[in-house]
Every structure is written in structure tokens, then in C-alpha cells.
Ligand binder design. Structure first.
Ligand SMILES: Cc1cc2nc3c(=O)[nH]c(=O)nc-3n(C[C@H](O)[C@H](O)[C@H](O)COP(=O)(O)OP(=O)(O)OC[C@H]3O[C@@H](n4cnc5c(N)ncnc54)[C@H](O)[C@@H]3O)c2cc1C
Ligand code: FES
Length: 268
């Protein structure tokens, strides 16, 4: 898909949990402009010297003529984003990165594992897989009940969902990877299963270990601090195994990723 850099109107920008916002952007024919797992780089307008670089985000919903994403307020860029209103404009460079591999075999059961602010991007993947006719099971982890972002939409987009919270305020007490293992153990031994994940690095590392334990294919979407977002600055590299002898190559998360095979990553 051709990269586009364009000014887009904000339809909605609302707080959905403490310090978490959903922004919806007007984008004609959005479904044909993104592969799930790809991301975009957003520039806050009006341009200022205070915030020069764009900020990378992954869609949580890709509809016919709009795209939404959920963002955590972590620094000065996202803080400034919270002040944008419906009707304001942002500049968006898209689509960036590779996206998830969608299996050919529709009998494969897809287990999607999302944690923290990575969980909403699993909603976009769940909706896409469901639309393609796959059975989707979701394992979602959050600090507590308040931070189960877009959970009702996730329930609609999946056949089953196991929620895990750190304090047990919703679902089981524990982490998303334990929730994913629960789903695996409830499937038939003969089921073919693929794992997909997005969330904090310790969660993804745990998911890679789970995939190795059950010998399941697993793709994860990584986050790295980014500057350019399209392969020019080498600011976002990750070590990827080259062979079974501890040799590795550096890959750019923004261009070669953000989606990588989980057990190909050298976790540090
Ligand atoms: C592929 C990808 C998808 C992402 N999707 C989401 C999402 O859907 N929702 C969400 O809440 N967050 C997402 N992030 C993280 C998000 O980009 C950062 O939280 C955001 O850039 C922080 O900006 P800031 O100005 O508030 O923070 P600051 O710390 O002030 O940012 C300073 C600089 O560091 C960069 N930076 C800081 N944190 C990150 C980070 N984690 N990843 C990449 N660059 C960073 C900023 O872009 C900026 O250039 C994603 C990151 C990547 C790489
Ligand atoms: S952010 Fe510049 S190469 Fe990845």
C-alpha cells in the first residue's frame, strides 16, 4: 500500500479511562488503507518546535470511513493530544510497518493476547479475523477493572474472552499470558492454534515462552521509541535471531516490524 501523508479531521477525542483516550479520525475507505497490525505516525497541529516528532499509534478500530485508536497519556505529545477537539485536524503518515500475517486455513483457532494500552489494537485484529470467518479467543490483561479498555467491543469481536486483572477486580487475578494458557487448555488437542500478542514487553516475552511450550506459531507487535517511523534514522532496532547459534541481525521495528515472530526475537 502506498504511503500517504495527509491532514485528517478528528471526529471524536474522549477520555475512556483515567489517562486513556480514544481518538476517532475521519478517513474515507479506511479498511482498504491499512493492514491490521500496521500503524501510523501522527503530527499534532498546529506544528510547533515544542513537539517536532510525530507519535506512532496503532488503530483499535478500522471502519468504512473512520479509524479509531486508544492512547495513554504518558508525555508532552499525548498530553497535548488530549486537548484536541472534534473538528480539529492532525497530520497522519500511513500505513507504516508490516502488519500481522492472516492464516490461510480458516479452521485455525486464533488466540489474541492483549495487555495494557496494547490491548485495543487486538480489537482491530479480532474484528478483522472474525470478519474473515476465524474463531477468535481473546485474553486481555489490565491493572484493574477501570483499565479494561474497549472491553465491550472486544466481547462482541470474539467467541470467548478471558479477562485477567492484577488485583482480581475483574476476571481472574493474574496476567494475560496465564489467561491465554487457560484458553489453550480449554481447546481440543486436535485444534490448530495461532497466537497473536500486543502489550508490554514482559507480557510478550511470556507469550513467546508459552508459544514455545505448546509449540504454537506466535506473532507479536513490538513497541520501540521511534523518531522517523519509516526506516531512515535506525532509532528503533531490535535483535532478531539469524540462526540457532546465537547469531543475530538488527531489524527496524518501524519498517521490518512492528510485528515479528515471537521466538525469533532476542528478548533482553
Ligand atoms: C508501532 C507503535 C504503536 C503504538 N501504538 C500505541 C497505541 O495504540 N496507543 C498508545 O497509547 N501508545 C502507542 N504507542 C506508544 C506511543 O507512540 C507513545 O506512548 C507516544 O509516542 C508517547 O508520546 P509522548 O510525547 O506523550 O511521550 P514522550 O515520552 O514525551 O515522547 C518523546 C518521544 O519519544 C517517543 N516515544 C515515547 N514513548 C514511545 C513508545 N512507547 N513508542 C514509540 N515512541 C515513543 C515519542 O514518539 C516522542 O518522539 C505505540 C508505539 C509504537 C512504536
Ligand atoms: S524510527 Fe527511524 S528507523 Fe525506525
Amino acid at each position: 500500500m502506498k504511503k500517504t501523508d495527509t491532514t485528517i479531521k478528528i471526529i471524536e477525542n474522549i477520555e475512556i479511562a483515567p489517562q486513556f483516550y480514544r481518538m476517532t479520525l475521519e478517513l474515507t475507505d479506511a479498511k482498504n488503507k491499512f493492514k491490521v497490525g500496521q500503524f501510523f505516525n501522527l503530527k499534532i497541529l498546529p506544528k510547533s518546535n515544542e513537539i517536532l516528532l510525530r507519535r506512532p499509534f496503532a488503530p483499535s478500530e478500522i471502519l468504512e470511513n473512520s479509524l479509531s485508536f486508544v492512547y495513554a497519556v504518558v508525555g508532552k505529545g499525548t498530553a497535548k493530544m488530549t486537548r484536541l477537539l472534534a473538528g480539529d485536524k492532525v497530520e497522519v503518515l500511513y500505513p507504516l510497518g508490516n502488519g500481522f500475517s492472516i492464516p490461510e486455513d480458516k479452521s485455525i483457532k486464533c488466540i489474541l493476547v492483549g495487555g495494557g494500552c496494547g490491548a485495543p489494537s487486538m480489537l482491530a485484529l479480532a474484528s478483522h479475523l472474525k470478519e474473515k470467518g476465524f474463531t477468535v479467543h481473546l485474553a486481555v490483561g489490565a491493572k484493574n477493572e477501570c483499565y479494561l479498555l474497549e472491553i465491550d467491543k472486544m466481547k462482541t469481536a470474539s467467541s470467548s474472552i478471558v479477562i485477567a486483572t492484577d488485583d482480581g477486580s475483574s476476571g481472574v487475578k493474574g496476567h494475560a499470558v496465564a489467561a491465554a494458557e487457560k484458553i489453550i487448555n480449554n481447546l481440543d488437542l486436535s485444534d490448530k492454534v495461532n497466537l497473536f500478542g500486543c502489550g508490554p514487553e514482559p507480557m510478550l516475552k511470556g507469550l513467546a515462552t508459552l508459544a514455545t511450550k505448546y509449540q504454537l506459531p506466535c506473532e507479536v507487535s513490538l513497541e520501540a521509541r521511534m523518531a522517523c517511523g519509516f526506516g531512515a534514522c535506525v532509532g528503533c532496532v531490535v535483535k532478531i535471531k539469524k540462526d540457532n547459534n546465537d547469531n543475530f541481525v538488527y531489524k527496524k521495528v518501524c519498517k521490518d516490524g512492528p510485528v515479528f515472530t515471537a521466538n525469533g526475537i532476542i528478548w533482553e
